[in-house]
Each structure stands twice: as C-alpha cells, then as structure tokens.
Design a protein around this ligand. Sequence first.
Ligand code: PBG
Length: 331
Amino acid sequence: MSFPIVRHRRLRSSAAMRNIVRENSLSVHDLIQPIFVTVGHNIKEEIPSMPGVYHFSLDRLDEELHEIAALGIQGILLFGVPDSKDEVGSSAYDDNGIVQQATRRVKALYPDMLVIADTCLCQFTSTGHCGVIHHDPNTGRADVTNDESLALLTKTAVSQARAGADIIAPSNMMDGFVAAIREGLDEAGLSHIPIMSYSVKYASAFYGPFRDAAHSAPQFGDRKTYQMDPANAREALREAESDVIEGADFLMVKPALAYMDVIQLLKQNYDFPIVAYNVSGEYSMIKAAASKGWIDEQAIVMEMLVGFKRAGADIVLTYFAKDAAGWLKQK
Ligand code: PBG
C-alpha cells in the first residue's frame, strides 16, 4: 500500500496553522466605499436594485460619513446625481455642481478622508453617454466624439480638484483622457493631485444597477465604441500602457469578479497600485441571493474580496466596504 508522500493537510490542521501560512489578507485600508450624492434636502433613499446603498442629499451625508470613518475606512468614491442634464453635461464641470459641493462638505467634516471623484459625463448628459455626441450627416451614425469630450472631462477634473478632491478617477474611456487631465490639472496648479485611471473598463452588463442608481443609462446605443470588449485581455495591456505613458498614478480594472485574470495581468506587468472595481451588478447578485437565503453573504463577500487581493489588487472599490470593514473589526 502506498501513502501520499506530500501531505498538504499538515499546514491546514488548525486555525493558527492556517493563519501563519496565509498568503493574502484583506485590510480595512484596502477598501474604498462608493457614495451616491444627490440634489435636494433630507434625502436618504435606498436604491431599489442595490439594497443597502442609498442616495444621500448633502444634509444627510454626515451620518454616512460618520459611519464610514468610525469603521476605519479612509476613502470614498463620489458619484453625483444632478438635477439637470444637457447635451454637453455642463453640470459635471459647474463649480457648484453636486460632486463639487459634496467634496467641499466631506473635506470640511472629515479633512483626512480621501475623496476620489469619479470623473465622467454620463450622469450629466441628456444622452446618457460619457461624452458629446456627434451625428455624422453622411452615415446617419451617432457616436461620442473623442477630443471634444476630452476638453469637457478635463474641465470637470479641474473643477473637482479645486473643490478639494484628493484623487481624480476618470472613467469615460476616451483615448488620451489621462494626458488631457494631467495637463489640465498641472496648468491649474494641481500637479500634486493623482489620477486613478479606469484604465481597463469593459462594456459590461454588470453596470446595470449602477445605471439605475445614477440615472446614467445611454438613451440610445451602447458604450461599446469606447468601453472594452469583454473577450479581450491582451488589449488591456495596451490600455494600461497608454495610461502609464500619459501619467496615470493608479491603474484600475473594472468590473472585477469576471476579470480576475486581467487584474493579475496588470499586476504582473506594472509596478503601479492596481485597483479592482467590484461593480454594482456584482453587489446586487450577492444581495439578491443572500436575501433568498441561498448563500452566506458574509462568507461569500469576504471570499470574493480576498480573491481580488490574491489576483493582485492593492485597492478594492466596493459597495461592501462598510460591511467588510465591520466584519474585519469583529474578527
Ligand atoms: C461612469 C461609471 C459607471 C460606473 C462607474 N462609473 C457606469 C458606466 O460606465 O456605465 C459603473 C459602476 C458600477 O456598476 O458599480 N461612466
């Protein structure tokens, strides 16, 4: 009778044994909580497709920030839901826009809290697209114009940074957006503000609940002419490469769960902090299954989050940040 020569189970024999051989761990410092801010008064409204995630008006933001800070979470990602939209998304770069106001408020209340501003136009344009639409008179085709959109995106970034944002996170996937924003920030005397580029952002159905939350669904067509094809991985290296050349400080992969290979690919190829965006659809799927009692929410969430770390993420943007921080504290 032959016995196994190699016995892997020796190192799994007790909790202490497993603790000393554990390769990856999740810390509260890895987590960023996204927050939706909206125009109005006394609003704390749950987003139907994202149970546990709310729209906050500025006067109700304090309670949420207090919870986040008390849990030890150091950073938030701000999404604005404006009350007016137009073709050029002008409320995105209004110095009194919702994100700018929210940023000032957060920094006044919690000066040490890192405010990451999502820099995009889709919540602010009447078309729901991430830039300005050009209608080609010859073909009748409508598409987002790249360079014209860059100018508006840059104005948005500068306005957000002037309001006090610590990090600019451009997500509109126009070519050259990092270079344009870097130049705009530098010219405005904001050379110290880092750019967290949504470098590798796929045209994903996992954003569905977010588009309900942010009222940012495209009114026609889709985002496939600017967001990446989910079938492609090597192309992610080209996207990351251009952002690095253009001066990005962080590289993000979005979504995260179905793209762990891409997170790993970026980690192996770049010495930059890698950010995983655990998006709305990933959140809602877990919430839905947990509400039916089909899965153990806490166990699944923690397994998923450490999975992002294992794949190579240094930072995780997740709607579960507060929950995870609370669970980490209990341990
Ligand atoms: C804006 C933006 C989107 C998300 C983050 N920034 C939506 C989109 O590209 O359609 C999605 C976030 C999520 O699903 O949690 N462009």
